[in-house]
Design a protein around this ligand. Sequence first.
Ligand SMILES: [Ca+2]
Ligand SMILES: [Ca+2]
Length: 139
Amino acid sequence: MDTGAPRIIASSILQGAVVPAGTIYFTVQLDEPVRPNFTLNQFRLVAGSTLINATNIYYAANVTTITGVFAGVSPGAYTLRITSFLDAVAHPVDGERHPTNTVPSGNGTAGGNFEVDITVIDDPAPVVTGVTLDGQAWT
Ligand SMILES: [Ca+2]
Ligand SMILES: [Ca+2]
């Protein structure tokens, strides 16, 4: 009998990460399958009182690896938040982020949001900062 809450055991973005603006892919792996009836507000970017739902959610066939996609994210400070994943018998994910390593999640009690603070920055094209000439004199 399944008596345990799922936990998040891997996260593609860790607490404090700096990521380029644009499309952000946030993938998490759980230690058991969760129900695949996702809604886009189960992956969110939170910036103050602004809540941005995922643009898409993808998941592997066994529903242990799930990706939230956020398109067109502007620079700024955000919290990535995952809420309300349920296992087959409706135990909510024990989601609190690990205090130092981000994962595995959980505080021993079913439920709790998984939240990762990130900074989104402009990602400019590479700039030439120096050149090496091969001995030819400029005249
Ligand atoms: Ca379970
Ligand atoms: Ca918990």
